[in-house]
Design a protein around this ligand. Structure first.
Ligand SMILES: Cc1ncc(C[n+]2csc(CCOP(=O)(O)OP(=O)(O)O)c2C)c(N)n1
Length: 263
């Protein structure tokens, strides 16, 4: 399995989808791709032919505005036909701009309103314990999303429930919708804060496949949080760390240039 090629295919799909529909959030989607590749192609117990398998692992993209990345990953994995990606965020298309669990096989939670995914994942992790299922729940939040107080309620509650079947991944790309995260509301010292809330904290380069896999596989007795240092717009030189690409959609020329970089 060529993970590098898979990540390139997903990045390509994201750019084509966002360009076709004039959608925002290309940078948002691109920072998540390498983590999604390891989760969906190496870690999670899932069946693309049976998306509702009872004892499946679950992934929640709480930063639902990065929907194009999850749709592209699910299509790459075979949950649905890649042709459906052409209907992303357009009238009559089947893939809504923000994530919709009713409309798309493999999407576990509808999201887009920030701050809810971790609490929902926490509930699923508790339900797994009650049902004596040993399946894992993974939730990805954006760094700006941690501005939502509801996230910190869940961060406080998960260790109290001893949820060792829950992993939070923070996509720490240092940018959000209003600028730099450390200028809007500084999260630092994030590692120490999460440790103080009694989580197992791991810090990694969120684009390094080995580091991502090792962090996801590491055994934990408490809920685990992976602080993944990522780059918004990762993979496309003119999008990397550029705030503009939170909002802008690639025009024809930009799309051609970006796809060239992914060859
Ligand atoms: C409850 C809520 N408030 C505001 C927004 C508007 N909004 C969309 S994206 C975004 C910034 C998110 O930043 P971050 O979580 O860092 O994600 P990134 O795009 O940087 O990966 C905001 C505030 C929203 N979607 N939901």
């Amino acid at each position: 399995m060529d993970l590098v090629q898979i990540s390139k295919n997903i990045r390509k799909s994201i750019l084509q989808m966002n360009s076709r529909s004039f959608a925002s959030h290309s940078g948002t989607a691109l920072s998540t791709v390498d983590i999604l590749v390891i989760l969906y192609f190496k870690i999670m117990n899932i069946d693309e032919k049976n998306s509702l398998l009872k004892n499946r692992d679950k992934f929640i993209l709480s930063k639902g505005h990065g929907s194009s990345a999850l749709y592209a990953t699910l299509a790459e994995k075979g949950f649905f036909d890649k042709k459906l990606l052409d209907g992303f965020y357009i009238d009559g298309g089947l893939l809504p701009g923000h994530l919709d669990k009713e409309a798309v096989p493999g999407v576990e939670v509808s999201s887009g309103s920030l701050g809810h995914g971790l609490s929902i994942g926490l509930g699923m992790a508790i339900a797994n314990k009650v049902d004596k299922l040993d399946n894992h729940v993974y939730v990805m939040c954006g760094d700006g999303e941690l501005n939502e107080g509801s996230v910190w309620e869940a961060i406080m509650f998960a260790p109290h429930q001893q949820l060792n079947n829950l992993t939070l991944i923070i996509d720490y790309n240092k940018l959000q919708g209003y600028g730099k995260t450390n200028e809007v509301i500084n999260l630092e010292p994030l590692n120490e804060k999460l440790k103080a809330f009694n989580w197992d904290v791991i810090e990694i380069d969120g684009h390094n496949f080995e580091e991502i896999e090792e962090a996801l596989l590491r055994k934990n007795s408490k809920p685990k949080v992976i602080i993944a240092h990522t780059i918004k717009g990762k993979g496309i030189s003119f999008m990397e760390n550029e705030f503009l690409w939170h909002y802008k959609s690639p025009n024809k020329e930009e799309l051609i240039q970006a796809l060239k970089e992914l060859k």
